[in-house]
Design a binder for this molecule. Structure first.
Ligand code: HPA
Ligand code: ZN
Length: 326
């Protein structure tokens, strides 16, 4: 079989995907109409044309505007269902999804509405396709630690519906240590911990995410290579990096796909996974991320198999499930 077929067919896990970032322009318009929400854009094409990002913040502004059409439990279900269907087509067997409750609770949408709709879609995907899934609640790092604590309080009645917490939104100027106490509390609660670090922010943020927040995976982390000692530590401790190639190109972390440091990360002995981040905004789902990287970098079948295996190894699945899927 060709390398492309191997990439598309091989079972994989997706570990870095913001469910609000899977909202396609067509669904944004359909939900806007269903809910009577007025958008700044007059058509699907006009919205899509606005997806010309210069950095992380320019993307986040549009991403939060897109999420404003989500009001009802069914909206969150429909969005999640659409993503899971696409992921199933890409042979994703396990998906750990980020969601951003504060984007919705700030607009008056109840926490329970958000998590119940998303969770119900995950249950249906498990029943219909045998696909497993889990939820990771992200705190918006441009908001305060106090806001994060309030969000955690709202989440606790739904503790059985999510497995961990993460940290996303504007990275620069919002270092991990801003959330030291709330992550310590989440750790006491037995939640799994991850954080975005070293996407736009410096390698130092990767270090403090590990040392202060005590996260188990780093989301993005591509800037680690600027610090040799940190790179060696990540390799030695097998800290997974959930890398999102098309995102990094769209948000100008790298100028072109061919400039992406994926191969260098692998050569440094790091545990890396390939993910789509916000597939509706960055031009592709997980298989598109694989095929783009393998078409511009000198990666081979061994790399493909390693990336698939590590996607399960780096997941929060119980060990026996990992072994079954790997
Ligand atoms: N970085 C930070 N915040 C985000 C991202 C990202 O790539 N996607 C959605 N929220
Ligand atoms: Zn992300």
């Amino acid at each position: 079989a060709s390398l492309r077929q191997l990439l598309e067919k091989m079972p994989k896990a997706e570990l870095h995907m913001h469910i609000e970032g899977s909202l396609e322009p067509e669904l944004i318009f359909a939900l806007a109409e269903r809910n009577g929400v007025t958008l700044k854009y007059s058509s699907v094409d006009e919205l899509r044309r606005a997806y010309a990002f210069t950095d992380l913040q320019s993307f986040l502004d549009i991403y939060y505007a897109g999420a404003s059409v989500l009001l009802k439990e069914q909206d969150f279900y429909d969005m999640t269902r659409a993503y899971l269907g696409r992921a199933h087509a890409d042979n994703v067997r396990h998906a750990e999804l980020f969601f951003d409750p504060q984007t919705h609770t700030e607009r008056g949408v109840d926490f329970g509405t958000v998590i119940s709709g998303i969770h119900r879609a995950l249950q249906d995907a498990a029943t219909e396709w045998g696909m497993s899934g889990a939820l990771i609640m992200c705190f918006l790092r441009h908001l305060s630690e106090e806001d994060a604590f309030a969000t955690l309080e709202q989440a606790l009645p739904y503790r059985d519906k999510f497995i961990g917490v993460g940290l996303d939104s504007s990275e620069r100027g919002h270092p991990p240590e801003k959330f030291a106490r709330v992550f310590a509390r989440c750790r006491e609660l037995g939640l799994r911990l991850v954080a975005h670090a070293g996407e736009e922010g410096p390698p130092e943020y990767i270090r403090t995410a590990l040392d202060v927040l005590k996260v188990e995976r780093i989301d993005h982390g591509v800037r680690c290579l600027e610090d040799a000692e940190l790179t060696q530590r990540l390799a030695r401790d097998k800290v997974p990096l959930t890398v999102c190639p098309l995102s990094n190109v769209k948000l100008r972390v790298f100028d072109r796909a061919a400039d992406h440091n994926l191969q260098r990360l692998l050569d440094a002995g790091l545990t890396v996974t390939i993910n789509s981040d916000d597939p509706a905004y960055f031009g592709g789902y997980v298989n598109d991320n694989f095929t783009e990287m393998f078409s511009v970098l000198p990666l081979d079948q061994r790399h493909a198999r390693q990336l698939a295996r590590d996607s399960f190894a780096a997941s929060f699945l119980p060990e026996q499930d990992k072994r079954r899927l790997m």
